[in-house]
Design a protein around this ligand. Structure first.
Ligand SMILES: Cc1ncc(COP(=O)(O)O)c(C=O)c1O
Length: 393
């Protein structure tokens, strides 16, 4: 069966470059930190600060202009660590409340709770599936310290509105771009919207390595210094530990792999976006066919809406299927890989029992009942999948 993310196909395509980069690190004797990691951090920051995608040429997005001053990147051991470090750098204390989207991977809420904070779950927009600013407003109280916006499935959260709300109430904003390195909103790249932004290099992410990895991004010098210190045992000077920190470092081998893949990211994103366009076209035809035949309107399959002026990384291609069980049975029959991101809203997770009272996030609940993700990476044959879909739907 074809894989959900074709990592071996990608490795085959870049094999020579990857093997040369991997060999150079293994022969160097420098395996943690060092020049590869430093070079990667500079390249990630350059990418985020540059206008090296087609986005922004589309015009009317109401986001702020290019990030000023420059964004800095600091590598660490995973996206989850990056969130925890970001919260520590922003001074989260036990009992502080942080607003997170109810429909996403657990890490943002988990890292808040891990530090003794209280995640408050905001509902999502039913079409973009991103955190709903109106729901955020309703959750703000005296203990609220910040908002984590998640760039779900690769589309930037509504940071213009989130920033306006945060400024009004003296809150900070974290951008969780774990799924979205390479996305844009207007002229701005993902990883430049938060006071601190983070990404993940988990292997199946749009920019993934061959193990765990992550990075933090900020335009604030003071926060950049704190982040480095926290990620390195609270130390700026060897064996002097000014604060408590943690060990969260990226291996040189992972940095070398990421540097190769970063060189190919833009071309891969183009293919992902073209794959998504083909799916969009197919599902538009399919839904129109149902309508035209006066058929069961309860069988619609509607892709995540991407806002005008935004480009997604399509970490996966996610649709809302009215009749998910029947859609999945057809995917199984056709041998099309699929995943459910995510089968429960966070407030229903057993570990957050007790925080969920009064949570009536109807859109998050709806999305968790309808969401199905399809393969979309640059090494997936989406034409083949669409032909299969045509035969079973
Ligand atoms: C939205 C989101 N945030 C954070 C993470 C955590 O990243 P990592 O797996 O690198 O710890 C993930 C990973 O799937 C994610 O999807």
């Amino acid at each position: 069966m074809m894989p959900f993310v074709n990592l071996t196909g990608q490795r085959e395509a870049y094999r020579e470059e990857l093997e040369a980069a991997e060999r150079a690190v293994l022969d160097s004797g420098c395996y943690i930190g060092g020049p590869e990691v430093k070079a990667l951090e500079a390249e990630l920051a350059d990418y985020c600060n540059s206008g090296n995608s087609d986005a922004g040429k589309q015009g009317s997005f109401a986001g702020k202009d290019r990030a000023e001053p420059e964004t800095r990147a600091i590598a660490c051991a995973s996206g989850t660590d990056a969130l925890t470090i970001a919260l520590m750098a922003l001074g989260l204390k036990p009992g502080d409340e942080v607003i997170v989207p109810d429909f996403t991977f657990i890490a943002p809420a988990e890292s808040v709770a891990y530090l003794g904070g209280i995640p408050r779950f905001a509902d999502i927009d039913p079409e973009t599936l991103l955190i709903d600013p109106e729901s955020v407003k309703a959750l703000i109280g005296p203990k609220t310290r910040g908002i984590i916006g998640v760039d779900l499935f690769g589309q930037c959260a509504p940071f213009t509105e989130l920033r306006r709300i945060a400024d009004e109430h003296g809150l900070w904003v974290i951008e969780d771009a774990a799924q979205a390195f390479g996305a844009t909103a207007g002229t701005q790249h993902a990883c430049t919207f938060g006071d601190i932004s983070i990404t993940s290099f988990y292997p199946s992410k749009p920019l993934g390595c061959y193990g765990d990895g992550g990075a933090l991004f900020t335009q604030n010098n003071e926060l950049a210094t704190k982040i480095r210190q926290i990620a390195n045992h609270g130390s700026r000077e060897r064996y002097l530990h000014e604060t408590l920190g943690m060990n969260s470092r990226l291996d040189a081998l992972q940095a070398a792999v990421l540097r190769v893949k970063l060189r190919h990211l833009e071309e891969e994103l183009k293919v992902r976006r073209e794959n998504a366009r083909k799916y969009d076209e197919f599902f538009a035809e399919y839904n129109a066919g149902i309508r035209a035949s006066g058929g069961n309107d309860g069988a619609k399959i509607v892709p995540q809406h991407i806002e005008y002026g935004c480009t997604s990384t399509y970490a996966q291609y996610t649709v809302l299927a009215d009749d998910r069980n029947s859609f999945i049975a057809k995917l199984d029959a056709a041998g099309i890989p699929h995943c459910i991101h995510y089968p429960q809203p966070l407030h229903e997770q057993p570990c957050f029992r007790g925080l969920a009272q009064g949570c009536e996030n109807k859109n998050a609940i709806m999305a968790s009942q309808k969401a199905v993700s399809l393969p979309v990476c640059a090494f997936t044959d989406v034409d083949f999948i669409i032909n299969k879909l045509r035969s079973v739907l």
